[in-house]
Ligand binder design. Structure first.
Ligand code: ADP
Length: 449
């Protein structure tokens, strides 16, 4: 097992990884920008190294600085966390070239799943159901028309390098295609430096349901149930729950089995997530995330498996601590992502947290680096806390979540806590009868009031 792990990330996820390391007896090295000197992940780590000025490109994305920090502190592995360099195949390769272990899958898988066109082709070949669409990237309007005529309008144009919902445009008919293609390409080029786009059937009322898998380097794979992440604003997840209220145990077992089989066939190792859209009883693969997910605690709550611990063990070459028969889905869990944003306009609200009180009690978990007096820097993602609540039933989980959100105090900055309080009282949410467009409509209606 590793003796020292460098955590190449910040915020709640850096803290999450630190906690797993601590429980495994592994020393931690935090890295931070000059804006994060007072951050909790820096305070709790055994050692810390400043890797650059505030902008991410100069610090948390600064590969030479991170590799130097790992070398001078004598770390033997690097955990990339979520976002930043977590899906960067070049970085994973450089980590290995420095004689260190990248805690994640092999670069070949980061690369193939990072290109969504290749990912979809791979899954199609492995018998995973995918969204109907183009076989590969689309170069001309004529090509796009041909595919669209075959699958039917409306269609969605997506960036092959996609992420964060950027580079996605809907074309409702043939006339709209040209503009949609150009806009998607521009957005893709600006966001990812790679303008290839592909085409998919636009689904009118799907849910977003994803399957968590876990694999070691010896061909053992388990699936750990599903998470429903349909509550999204601008294609960004806001609240996740598991198991999905839309699936029955047989459907869950079947899609889980297919994801696990594909994982095994690819020779993939570590944690991974198969993202699907689910509509009218059908699953459609959209992408595989080759890293830990922000919403991983939902799975931890309903399975009792420490995903970060298992991820670190897999990277160290140890066999999985469980087989599929050991995985039992127990009860229900919901995660609320809490952002430092105005809860109506979603304008970021960085600044000093003057008062902070996190909820507690049975089956309530808060992952956050906040404390009273902490100054939220304006340079990074506005996620400041995750509240994860577990219950024996979905109803119990909801009651507990309501209570926990009432207790949650963050003063000095605006947060999305009030929005979560409102949201979970909505009849459609309580009934579990929502699709991926529901929250956007809800938020739009609220903003118009
Ligand atoms: P990204 O990698 O940019 O996050 P995804 O492919 O994961 O992009 O899609 C993000 C979200 O966009 C999905 O969760 C879903 O809400 C919506 N979406 C993606 N593909 C489709 C589709 N074919 N039809 C309708 N909505 C879609």
């Amino acid at each position: 097992m590793f003796e020292k792990v460098l955590i190449a990330n910040r915020g709640e996820i850096a803290l999450r990884i630190h906690r797993a390391c601590r429980e495994m007896g592994i020393h931690t090295v935090a890295v931070h920008s000059t804006a994060d000197e007072d951050a909790m992940h820096v305070r709790l780590a055994d050692e810390s190294v400043c890797i650059g000025p505030p902008p991410s490109k100069d610090s948390y994305l600064n590969m030479p600085a991170i590799l130097s920090a790992a070398t001078i502190t004598g770390a033997d592995a690097i955990h990339p966390g979520v976002g930043f360099l977590s899906e960067n195949a070049d970085f994973a390769t450089m980590v290995a070239e420095h004689g260190l272990t990248f805690i994640g899958p092999d670069p070949v898988h980061l690369r193939s799943m990072g290109d969504k066109v290749t990912a979809k082709r791979t899954m199609r070949e492995l018998g995973v159901p995918v969204v109907p669409g183009s076989e590969g990237a689309i170069d001309t309007d004529e090509e796009a028309w041909r595919v669209a005529e075959k699958i039917g309008y409306p269609v969605l144009i997506k960036a092959a390098a996609g992420g964060g919902g950027r580079g996605m445009k809907v074309a409702v008919n043939r006339a709209a295609m040209g503009d949609a293609l150009r806009l998607a390409r521009n957005e893709a080029r600006n966001a990812f430096g790679y303008e290839a786009v592909y085409l998919e059937k636009y689904l009118g009322h799907p849910r977003h349901i994803e399957i968590q898998v876990l694999a070691d380097a010896h061909g053992n794979v388990v699936h750990l149930g599903d998470r429903d992440c349909s509550l999204q604003r601008r294609h960004q997840k806001m609240l996740e729950e598991g198991p999905s209220p839309a699936l029955n145990p047989d459907q869950r077992a079947e899609i889980g089995r297919r994801a696990a089989e594909a994982t095994r066939a690819m020779g993939y190792k570590g944690v991974g997530t198969f993202e699907f859209l689910y509509e009218d009883g059908q699953f459609y693969f959209i992408e595989m995330n080759t890293r830990l997910q922000v919403e991983h605690p939902v799975t931890e709550a309903i399975t009792g498996v420490d995903l970060v611990r298992e991820q670190i063990r897999a990277a160290a070459g140890l066999p999985l601590a469980m087989s599929q028969g050991d995985v039992v889905i127990q009860g229900h869990a919901i995660e609320c992502r809490i952002n430092a944003e105005n809860p109506r306009t979603f304008v970021p609200s960085p600044g000093k947290v003057t008062d902070y009180h996190a909820p507690g009690g049975l089956s309530v978990r808060v992952d956050s680096g906040l404390y009273a007096g902490y100054r939220i820097p304006p340079y990074y993602d506005s996620l400041i806390a995750k509240l994860i609540v577990h219950g024996q039933t979905r109803n119990e989980c909801l009651m507990r979540l309501r209570r926990a959100l009432e207790e949650f105090v963050v003063e000095g900055v605006e947060t999305t806590i009030p929005l979560h309080r409102k949201l979970i009282a909505e009849p459609e949410f309580i009934d579990g009868a929502y699709d991926i467009h529901w929250l956007q409509r809800y938020v739009d209606a609220m903003t118009e009031d």
